[in-house]
Design a protein around this ligand. Structure first.
Ligand code: AMP
Ligand code: GLY
Length: 420
């Protein structure tokens, strides 16, 4: 098969790493890719991933059999719809299904209609009415912009003043913040369950846990994710079963009842409250960095699974997983998620690999054969080991081998797993 992968982050490098292991792959392209992905795929830099028509044309010219879409923006932008019109298969959902991530109001209303467990909520387009509701509910309370806001559209307000200010801050998100969701605060432990689906069958992957806050002990601001590990012990066999029966299967059935076929990866962000999983959010794609911890544990051929999702044949597939544990530590530029320096040389990548790391590039660039920093999250350093404790020890040895100016990372990734 000829494959085209869309995207350039750590998630896409993890996808590329696993796709490249499949004997089914003939030609492999990435758009735009990154210096890590370039080890396995030909990177195409002259086409924007927002340009559906140009991507379709490229896929036709190169006889692409499967397009794998990494990030949410092209999904929401209808790339998979455009490819389907041209008769090209994709791993990724169409625009109507991507609303599950693209509009929090769509997702919340669907969950309400079909009794899928999630926080109680109300929708507002009038700031004064929103503030009155907040005053009547009290804090802590959660304020969310309806649309995509690059992961920044959610404010968890611990007191009334912060909650009322959050309503005014939603203006900063433009159209995405013109409608807002105000949600009950759920007190529990978070986990991410990614699942493969062909629109009928849904098969969960090994559960993972992200670390959203910038600093150790879950302090500091929210980021795209500073590290992840899998499996997450907070998702016990009972929690996993509840998640499958009360959330994953019902959401696919709910979408079908609304005449929407969801194919690709469905990401359920969960809050486990007293052993009961409830939905924090759905994403229409693989999680980042979760994917960097989950895919190294997948024993089966990813391309075969993706093709089965794209063609509606997932019910025939058996998916097997390693019984090891994986930990991924994100190395970020000092200053992230605000401003940071770029183009700083990175040392020690080979030394880290020799210690057993799988290194995923997230924000790097290659200049004259040297790898430099180019983004906020620069690298994901993943290891697998017999258990979480061994994986934690191993991953930090691998991290110690890597250096760049102002490198920032959390030193407590997966520590929570040892507590559970
Ligand atoms: P989201 O972008 O919806 O995943 O929200 C970002 C983060 O805000 C989540 O990962 C949670 O940590 C937190 N969050 C969102 N909604 C709630 C809620 N209803 N209760 C508690 N925390 C929440
Ligand atoms: N790790 C959070 C996300 O992918 O949205």
């Amino acid at each position: 098969m000829n494959i085209l992968l869309i995207g350039s982050g750590g998630r896409e490098h993890a996808l590329a790493w696993k796709i490249a292991q499949s004997p089914l792959v003939e030609k492999f392209y990435a758009m735009p890719g990154n210096p890590g992905i370039a080890e396995y795929a030909e990177c195409v830099k002259n086409i924007s991933i927002d340009d559906n028509a140009a991507i379709v044309k490229f896929a036709q010219e190169k006889n692409i059999n499967l397009v794998v879409v990494g990030p949410e923006a092209p999904l929401v932008n209808g790339l998979v719809d455009a490819l389907e019109v041209a008769g090209i298969k994709s791993f990724g959902c169409k625009k109507d299904a991507a609303q599950l991530e693209g509009s929090k109001i769509f997702a919340k209303n669907l969950m309400k209609k079909y009794n899928i467990p999630t926080a109680k909520f109300e929708v507002f387009d009038n700031p004064d009415a929103a503030k009155n509701y907040i005053r009547s509910e009290g804090a802590p309370i959660v304020i969310k912009a309806d649309g995509l806001a690059a992961g920044k559209g959610v404010i968890v307000a611990q007191n009334l003043d912060d909650a009322l200010n959050a309503v005014d801050e939603m203006k900063n998100f433009g159209a995405a913040g013109s409608k807002i969701v105000i949600e009950e605060f759920m007190d529990g432990e978070e986990a991410s369950i990614l699942a493969f689906t062909d629109g009928k069958t849904i098969i969960p992957m090994i559960a993972a846990q992200d670390h959203k806050r910038l600093n150790d002990n879950d302090e500091g601001v929210n980021t795209g994710g500073m590290g992840a590990y899998a499996p997450a012990p907070v998702v016990t066999a009972e929690v996993a079963k509840l998640a499958e029966e009360t959330i994953l299967k019902p959401i696919i059935a709910a979408l079908n009842a609304e005449k929407i076929i969801y194919r690709g990866c469905l990401y359920a962000g969960l809050m486990i409250v007293d052993g009961v999983p409830k939905v924090v959010e759905f994403n229409a794609r693989f999680g980042d960095p979760e994917t960097q911890a989950v895919l190294p544990l997948l024993d089966s051929d990813l391309v075969e699974i993706m093709d089965a999702c794209a063609t509606g044949n997932l019910s025939d597939k058996k998916i097997s997983w390693s019984d090891k544990s994986a930990v991924c530590v994100v190395l970020a530029s000092g200053g992230y998620p605000k401003s940071y320096k770029k183009n700083l040389p990175i040392e020690g990548l080979d030394a880290s690999k020799n210690l057993g790391a799988i290194i995923f590039h997230a924000g790097t660039t290659e200049v004259d054969g040297k790898i430099l920093t180019s983004g906020g999250r620069v690298l994901g350093v993943t290891v697998t080991a017999e258990n979480i404790k061994a994986a934690i020890e191993k991953v930090y040895k691998c991290v110690d081998a890597i250096k760049f100016e102002n490198m920032h990372y959390r030193k407590d990734i997966a520590a929570k797993a040892l507590k559970n």
